[in-house]
Design a protein around this ligand. Structure first.
Ligand SMILES: Nc1ncnc2c1ncn2[C@@H]1O[C@H](COP(=O)(O)OP(=O)(O)O)[C@@H](O)[C@H]1O
Ligand SMILES: [Mg+2]
Length: 279
């Protein structure tokens, strides 16, 4: 990262530009740090399984125990391969471009990366996947948004709970909806307008697994969704939980005849309180 110092007499616009670039760098580094933390913890867990079952197989020489040990080692090894493949995929596709993307697979990959973490914090993940068309997105960026939403949801339920993740096609607006809903603390109404601000956080700092506390997750989320001409919507009730809805464009928009209702991309009705929405 390069930090050129701009003297104060430089035009304001130039200083704003520089600060924007620095914010983008900070957002990227935060996301990368959380990804490294996630994958290292998950990987370590897989290694523990492999080591323990290898020890078991060496201690007990009977065929049944050894077969079981080999099975466990094999499935842990496969999981390790999936983790590294997903991370390698993320590292490979760093271009800014958007392409037709299977969001179902993207969500499954994110949940695979967070499997141990969700178990550890006793989060029950419930998938509600409807058939959806491909989305026109940058897979890496949406993955980054999703990981932050899932981790935020997990952190909102310190004693565990239910996390619903839903994929569906909003036919009326021809957008693909991705909903992450938790049944955690909720967000007080006076705080809702600030949650997308850069550096706004109510957390003390990173938690035991190295995540959260920078206040950069949702600001990154907003920037990424804006660059996709998508929308984010939040519905939250204190004590009940929070739902984030992402609306993303399909790869092949439905062709509409002008006489048949709204054209593609018409505005989405304003949500009702206690909700905040942005485009
Ligand atoms: N699912 C959620 N439930 C409750 N509060 C949330 C949730 N998601 C975000 N928030 C609030 O929004 C703030 C900003 O989130 P974010 O930008 O991801 O930063 P961070 O996670 O580093 O605090 C959080 O500190 C929290 O107060
Ligand atoms: Mg966060």
């Amino acid at each position: 990262m390069q930090h050129q110092q701009l003297p104060d007499h430089h035009p304001l616009e130039q200083q704003v530009e520089l600060l924007k670039r620095r914010l983008a760098e900070a957002q990227k580094l935060t996301a990368l740090g959380e990804l490294v933390s996630t994958t290292t913890h998950e990987f370590n867990n897989v290694l523990m399984t492999i080591i323990n079952y290898a020890k078991l197989g060496m201690r007990h020489r009977d065929a049944a125990t050894r077969d079981k040990a080999f099975e466990k080692i094999l499935s842990a090894g496969n999981r390790a391969a999936k983790i590294t493949n997903t991370v390698l995929g993320l590292a490979r596709n760093r271009a800014a471009g958007q392409e037709p993307t299977d969001l179902t697979k993207l969500v499954d990959d994110a949940l695979m990366l967070l499997e141990r973490e969700m178990n550890k914090y006793r989060i029950r993940v419930e998938k509600q996947f409807r058939p959806i068309p491909e989305a026109m997105v940058n897979g890496n960026q949406i993955q980054q948004v999703l990981l932050n939403l899932l981790i935020n949801a997990r952190q909102a339920m310190p004693n565990g709970g239910r996390l619903v993740i839903r994929l569906s096609h909003d036919q009326e607006n021809d957008m693909i909806d991705l909903v992450v809903r938790d049944f955690g603390s909720g967000i007080p109404q006076e705080k809702l307008p600030h949650i997308f601000d850069a550096f706004y956080s109510t957390k003390d700092g990173p938690d035991a697994s190295g995540k959260g506390g920078t206040g950069l997750g949702l600001s990154t989320c907003r920037d990424i969704i804006e660059s996709h001409r998508g929308r984010v919507r939040v519905d939250s009730t204190v004590g009940k939980g929070t739902a984030f809805t992402l609306k993303l464009p399909p790869a092949k928009p439905i062709a509409r005849t002008p006489s048949l209702g709204a054209p593609v991309g018409h505005p989405i009705a304003a949500p009702q309180s206690p909700t905040t929405s942005m485009s």
